[in-house]
Design a protein around this ligand. Structure first.
Ligand code: ADP
Ligand code: MG
Length: 634
């Protein structure tokens, strides 16, 4: 201990940078520094309680578990103390002098760019303590660890670049006391009324009593333990805000108490907004796990599968052993049963929302659908998971409307065996996809995928009930042809006579000759209606979108070879046949065929060089403008 006496230490670079931002910024919401200090005090008390359940001998073991706040208005000093786990000199250097968690760099970037929101996100990054320097020009921490033989330590800093450590004078009891020397413009934080307000707003549900000058200010009650009938909606909302740092009310609340076979209570919330700021949520999720009133783990990540990680809340059980260690939780049979049950509760609840509150479910899907979709790997809950999936489709009136797979199958043709889907960047894009034409003609619904993950999810699932998933390109056209046409506007074009039929075969060969080995094959299309031509993957190979994903993964920039399909009834193709009959070497045929190939590539997203396409279009427009003026006699 002696070697740390009156020693000065430099903060680590990232801490300095963070402090520099905090010290020199004027935040609208500076009061949250108190929330952060109280939350640290509460964590310290939770950790202490956890140690004592393990039978560890505690220093000053008769001290009550509490948080105390005192003020000295004259000297502008505010003190926040707790009787928690405390820190040794080594711990204080490690915990307060460095930023342990990843994401601090991201945090600094975010705060620099957007100072308004800093106070909302500060607690999420494990940098909460430093927020005290928004209001302080000097901070003195005195701490004594719960470990029986630990010596107390005093830490002092002005938050600029360094801090000093020394041995405090006088007797120090277990816990941590933080003396805050307030800046001139922050002296409001010595006013009792102001402090009480801040605590009620941000820290009301802290599970230990908070005293301001010996008066208890917070509620302490564990809301989840109270009977549902007694809880008001505002109380749920208040608790949710406390838990999540969200400023809005939750989309839905799930509060369930189970007695048999295992006793546990869960209080969970579905946030109204997806709070995944730049991916930080990856760490910042999980449910708080209590065993008989003791917080065993803050943000436990195994009670719910990752795809439900948007859920915030608390789970408490009487049936888990108090001395359970966090490391062995997952091997505990009771814990696993609770976790399965909690997962079912969330899924069942979502199902109920989907059934009873379509609009709310839609909101849920917009906010959390992206993360929810990764649940395709949860085989235990496969059925429930699939019932909860939603997609836009050709039967929906706009891009916002969504359908379940169940409703899709209800609208299916009686002979239909497959669920069809198409991938594209937007509703407009998939509507223009030539592969959609036969489906439109036959009135067969197609699911629209805008997120590349959708196809992945669907391929992993394989089937829904007895139906297979098929991309529109992989559809069996012979089967599709058997369905009756629904759209009336297209009478069949007059069939070609025998001689023309033969010449058409020659035209196809000519087209193949023009395109060479850019295509595998040129044939008559069964699927096209309004478009003259399209590119198709050779039979039974993967869908184009899947192929594209694979190519990106393999860093392969080549244009895949496909088969070209020609719409024999299309006006352009019929005219091409006329030209071909007059002169089978007319250069116009080459121009048109190359243009058709390039536009197909463009639609498929493979056109690497648009220049040729553009100059060809321009040349053709120029020519057609001559004919236009001639015909119109302009
Ligand atoms: P976080 O609470 O997210 O870890 P903070 O910046 O708020 O980040 O605190 C950093 C660390 O300092 C805590 O993890 C804890 O180890 C330690 N600490 C802060 N306040 C206290 C306290 N009152 N008692 C014991 N340890 C504390
Ligand atoms: Mg903290």
């Amino acid at each position: 201990m002696a070697e740390t006496q009156n020693k000065t230490y430099e903060f680590k670079a990232e801490v300095k940078e963070l402090l520099n931002i905090l010290v020199h910024s004027l935040y609208t919401n500076r009061e949250i520094f108190l929330r952060e200090l109280i939350s640290n005090a509460s964590d310290a008390l939770d950790k202490l309680r956890f140690q004592s359940t393990k039978g560890v001998e505690l220093a000053d073991k008769n001290l009550p578990h509490e948080i105390k706040i005192s003020m000295d208005a004259e000297n502008k000093i505010l003190t926040v103390s707790d009787t928690g786990i405390g820190m040794t000199d080594e711990e204080i250097i490690k915990n307060i002098g460095t930023i342990a968690k990843s994401g601090s760099a991201e945090f600094i970037k975010q705060v620099t760019e957007n100072q308004e929101s800093a106070s909302n996100i500060i607690g999420k990054f494990g940098v909460g303590f430093y927020s005290v320097f928004m209001v302080a020009d000097k901070v003195v921490i005195t701490s004594k660890s719960y470990k029986a033989d630990a010596s107390p330590v005093k830490w002092t800093s002005d938050g600029l670049g360094s801090y000093t450590l020394e041995t405090p004078e006088g007797e120090v009891k277990r816990g941590t006391s933080i003396e805050i020397h307030l800046k001139e413009d922050a002296k409001e934080f010595t006013e009792k009324f102001r402090l009480e307000n801040v605590i009620k707003t941000h820290s009301n549900f802290i599970q230990f009593p908070i005293y301001v000058e010996d008066e208890k200010v917070n509620n302490i009650s564990a809301l989840w333990r109270e009977p549902k009938s007694k809880i008001k909606k505002e109380e749920y909302t208040e608790f949710y805000k406390f838990l999540s740092y969200d400023t809005e009310e939750p989309l839905h609340t799930i509060h369930v108490s189970v007695d048999a076979p295992i006793q546990f209570t869960s209080l969970m919330f579905i946030p109204g907004k997806n709070s995944d700021f730049f991916g930080s949520q990856r760490e910042d999720y999980g449910l708080d796990l209590y065993v008989r009133r003791v917080l065993i783990q803050h943000k436990n990540k195994d009670l719910l599968p990752e795809y439900l990680s948007f859920v915030k809340g608390v789970v408490e059980s009487e049936d888990l052993p108090l001395n359970i260690s966090r490391e062995t939780l997952q091997e505990n049979a009771i814990f696993n049963k609770i976790s399965n049950s909690v997962t079912s509760q969330v899924l069942n609840h979502l199902k109920k929302i989907a059934e009873d509150e379509t609009e709310t479910y839609k909101k849920f899907w917009i906010e959390h659908g992206k993360i929810f979709k990764i649940g395709y790997g949860d085989f235990t809950n496969r059925e429930k998971f699939m019932e909860l999936l939603r997609f836009n489709s050709s039967e929906m009136k706009d891009a916002e409307e969504i359908t379940s797979l169940e409703d899709y199958t209800k609208r299916m043709k009686s002979e239909q065996k497959d669920i069809y889907y198409v991938f594209g960047s937007s509703r407009d894009a998939v509507m223009l996809d030539p592969h959609m034409e036969i489906f439109r003609k036959k009135g067969i619904e197609v699911l629209f995928f805008y997120d590349p993950a959708d196809e992945f999810v669907i391929s992993s699932l394989g089937t829904y009930k007895e139906f297979n998933f098929k991309s529109v390109e992989q559809a069996d056209l012979k089967k599709l042809e058997e369905f009756e046409n629904v759209s009336k506007d297209q009478e069949k074009k007059e069939a070609l006579d025998e001689a023309d039929e033969k010449t058409f075969g020659d035209l196809l060969s000519k087209i193949k000759e023009i395109l060479g080995d850019k295509v595998t094959d040129v044939k008559v299309s069964q699927r096209l209606d309004k478009s003259p031509a399209c590119l198709v993957n050779p039979d039974d190979s993967m869908s184009s979108s899947m192929q594209k994903i694979m190519q990106i993964m393999n860093k392969d920039a080549s244009v895949p070879k496909k088969s070209m399909e020609i719409n024999k009834d299309h006006k352009l193709v019929r005219n091409l046949l006329k030209v071909f009959k007059a002169d089978n070497n007319d250069n116009y045929i080459t121009e048109v065929v190359e243009q058709l190939y390039d536009t197909s590539l463009l639609l498929e997203g493979y056109l690497n060089d648009p220049h040729k396409l553009v100059s060809r279009i321009n040349a053709m427009m120029e020519e057609s403008s001559d004919w236009y003026t001639e015909v119109k006699k302009i």
